[in-house]
Structures are given as C-alpha cells and as structure tokens.
Design a protein around this ligand. Structure first.
Ligand code: MV4
Length: 458
C-alpha cells in the first residue's frame, strides 16, 4: 500500500480524500495556493506545500509545482480529486512518468472519454445504447444536414471536446443548420481549441441518470447503482439523489449489468461514471466521466462502501474484494450542494464566515472545509459544503433533510441553503416528478420565495 499520497486539490474534496487516507494509515500531503494558506485541507494534512499564487492556472493547475511538491515530500501517489487536473490525460501520464501512481484511470482512457465522438464510438462498440446521431464528426454543412435528416429534427450540435453542457446548440430546422454550425464551431474553437462537432437527436424532456462503476487491474468490474442528477441550473448540479425516483430495482439491475459488461470490455480501471439521458422508458448513453464525482457520497450512503478507499486500493494494484452480489442498496440518500452564492442572482458571495454550525444526527453527513473565521476566497468554485442525508425511505430522507437544512447555520456569506429549503418542499420534487428542465423553469419563483422565507426567519 502507498505510504504517502499527495492530494492535488482543495476544499471539501481534499478533506474527503484525506479522511480515506487517514483510515488506511497513509500519510497525506496537501498542496495550496497563497490564498489557501489558512484552508482546512492544509490544516488537516500531515504536510503541506505552497505551489503558487491564488489563480488556479498558477497553483492547482500548475503541473510543475505539483510534481515538485510530490518529489520533495517523497509521495508515492497522487489523487487528483474532482475538477482541476482530474480529467487531464497528460497530467496522469506525467505523474506516471515521474514514477508516481496516478489514482485514477489510465491516461489513454481519460483521453478517449474526453473526446466525446471517440467516447460515443467506444460506447457503441461495447453495446451501450446511444442517442441516435452521427458516429463520425461532421466535417461540412452537407454532412450535418445528412446526419440530422437521418435522425430527424430537432437535433443538437455538440462539441467533441465539450461535455458538461459547454459547446452545444439545438437545431430545429434545416435552414438553421448553416448558422448554428458556424456559431457552435467558433464557440468550441474558442473554448477548447478544437472545433470538431457531432450531431445527436435532441431529447426534449429527459432525466439525467448516471451509473457509478469501479474496475480493478484484474478484470473485476462492479456497479453501485445510479444517481439522479436532473436538478441542475446552467449545467451546475444543485441536488442529487440515489436511487433515482424514476427507476425500479429491475431497471437498476439491468442498467447496472449493462454498464459492467461494457466496462469489462474496455480494460478500464479505477472509478468511472456513465452518464445517460432517460426519457420515455429508454436510456441513452451520452458521456463517461473518468474520475470521482462531487456527488459520490449519496452512493456511499446507500451502499456503505467508501469509494475513495476503493480507488486507492485499486490504484495500489489490489483486487476488488467486493462482488456484485455483496453490494446492497439500502434506503435513500440526497445531496444538497451548498454554494457561497447570492440565492437570487447566483453571483458568488466570497467573504469571512462569522458563525458556523453544521447539522448532525442520525443519517446526516456534511462534507465541508468551512469553519468559523475562515474566509471563502473568490478565486475558486463556490461549492462550500455538501449536505448529504440518508433515510430508510425517500420520505424519511426528506424529513431528515428538511430538519438538517433548518439546523445549518452559515453566517457572513450568502448561500444556497434558503433555495434548498424551498426546493425540497415543492410538490414536483416531493413526488420525484422532474426532468432536466424543471429546476431551470421554476428557479426564479423558488429563489424569490427563498429570500422571503429567509427574511421572515431572521
Ligand atoms: C442532450 C440533451 C438533449 N438531447 N443531448 C447537457 C450537458 C451534457 N452533458 C449533455 N447535455 C444535454 N445533452 C441530447 N441529445 C440535453 C442536455 C442537457 C442536460 C443534460 C443533463 C443534465 C442537464 C441538462 C440541461 C440542459 C441540457
């Protein structure tokens, strides 16, 4: 097993990884920017190294700085966390070229899945159902029109280098294609330095359902069921739940088995998430994420498995000691992402935390690097806490979540807690009756109510 792991990240996810390391008796190295000298992840680590100034490009994305930090501390592995360099195949390769273990998939798998056209082809080759669309990138207007004609309008143009919602455009009629192609190509070139596009049939009212898998270096693959991540705003997930209110046990087992079979054919290793759109009883693969995900705790809550510990064991070459039959799904879990943002405008709200009280009690988990007196920096993602609640039933989970959100005190910055308090009382949410557009359509009204509710409380 590793003796020392460097965590190439910050905030709540760095703490999450350190906790797994501590339980395994592994020493931890934190890295930080000058803006994060007082951050909790630095305090909790056995050692820390300052790797640069506040801007992410010069610190958490500073590959030379990260490798120097790993070398001088004599770390033997690197966990990239989520975001930053977690899905950068070149980083994974450089880490390995320096004789360190990258706790994640191979550089080749990261690169393949990062190219959405390649990912579609791989998925199709291993038998996963795709959204109907082009297998190849579309090179010309004629090719785009032909692909669209084949699947039927409306279609969506997507950037091969995109993902997570960046670089996509709906095309409703053939006469819109030429302009949409130009615009999306230019956007993609500007955002990713790559203008490759492909065409998919546009699904109008899907849910976003993703399947967690783990694979070891010995050919073992298991799945941990699905998460429903349909509640999003501007492609930022707001609340996730497991299991999905839209699936039953039979559908879960079938989808999971399908993913396990597909992943088994790829010699993939470590953690991965297969993303699907689910509409009218059918699943369509869209993308695969080759990393741990922010919302992994809800899967841990319903299965009792420490996914980060498994990632570390796998990276150290250990065989998975979990068989699929041993992975049991118990109860229901929900994660509320708490961001330091204004609840109406969603503008970031950095600043000093003047008072802090996290909820607790049975079935309540808070993953956060906040503490009273800490100053939330303006340079990074506004996610400051994940409130994760488990119940034996979805109803019990909701009762407990309502109580936990009432208990949570974060003063000094604005947060999305008031929005969550309103959201979980909405009939559509309570009924589990929502798709990927529901939150976007209702958020203005919810945010208004949230502000009203908050001031009435104060
Ligand atoms: C789609 C789609 C409808 N039809 N593809 C957005 C993020 C990226 N991962 C895929 N996305 C979508 N792809 C087809 N063929 C609608 C979306 C989409 C979406 C997907 C998941 C969660 C939230 C979303 C919000 C808007 C659009």
């Amino acid at each position: 097993m590793f003796e020392k792991v460097l965590i190439a990240n910050r905030g709540e996810i760095a703490l999450r990884i350190m906790r797994a390391c501590r339980e395994m008796g592994i020493q931890t190295v934190a890295v930080h920017s000058t803006a994060d000298a007082d951050a909790m992840h630095v305090r909790l680590a056995d050692e820390s190294v300052c790797i640069g100034p506040p801007s992410p490009a010069e610190s958490y994305l500073n590959v030379a700085g990260l490798l120097s930090a790993a070398t001088i501390t004599n770390a033997d592995a690197v966990h990239p966390g989520v975001g930053f360099l977690a899905e950068n195949g070149d980083f994974a390769e450089i880490v390995e070229d320096h004789g360190l273990v990258f706790i994640g998939p191979s550089p080749e798998h990261i690169r393949t899945m990062g190219d959405k056209v390649a990912a579609r082809n791989v998925a199709a080759d291993v038998g996963l159902p795709l959204v109907p669309g082009s297998r190849q990138a579309v090179q010309s207007l004629d090719e785009a029109l032909e692909a669209a004609e084949e699947v039927g309008y409306p279609v969506v143009l997507k950037a091969a280098a995109g993902g997570g919602g960046r670089g996509m455009k709906i095309v409703r009629r053939p006469d819109e294609m030429a302009e949409s192609l130009d615009v999306t190509r230019a956007e993609s070139q500007a955002a990713f330095g790559d203008s490759t596009l492909y065409v998919e049939k546009h699904l109008g009212h899907p849910r976003h359902i993703e399947v967690q898998i783990l694979a070891d270096h010995h050919g073992n693959v298991v799945h941990f069921g699905e998460r429903d991540c349909s509640l999003q705003r501007r492609h930022q997930k707001v609340l996730e739940e497991a299991p999905s209110p839209a699936l039953n046990t039979e559908m879960r087992d079938e989808l999971g088995a399908h993913c396990v079979e597909a992943i088994g054919k790829l010699s993939y290793r470590n953690a991965g998430t297969l993303e699907f759109l689910y509409q009218d009883g059918e699943f369509f693969f869209i993308e695969m994420n080759t990393r741990l995900q922010v919302e992994h705790p809800i899967t841990e809550m319903i299965t009792g498995v420490d996914l980060v510990r498994e990632q570390i064991r796998i990276a150290a070459g250990r065989p998975l000691d979990l068989r699929q039959e041993e992975i049991e799904f118990a109860g229901h879990a929900i994660e509320c992402r708490i961001n330091a943002e204004h609840p109406l405008t969603f503008y970031p709200s950095p600043g000093r935390i003047t008072d802090y009280h996290a909820p607790g009690g049975l079935g309540v988990r808070v993953d956060s690097a906040l503490y009273a007196g800490y100053a939330v920096p303006a340079y990074y993602d506004s996610l400051v806490a994940k409130l994760v609640v488990h119940g034996r039933t979805r109803n019990e989970c909701l009762m407990r979540l309502r109580r936990a959100l009432e208990e949570y005190v974060i003063e000094g910055v604005e947060t999305t807690i008031p929005l969550h308090r309103r959201l979980i009382g909405e009939k559509a949410f309570v009924d589990g009756d929502y798709d990927i557009h529901w939150l976007e359509r209702n958020i203005a009204a919810l945010a208004d109510l949230a502000i009203g509710g908050a001031s009435a409380d104060d």
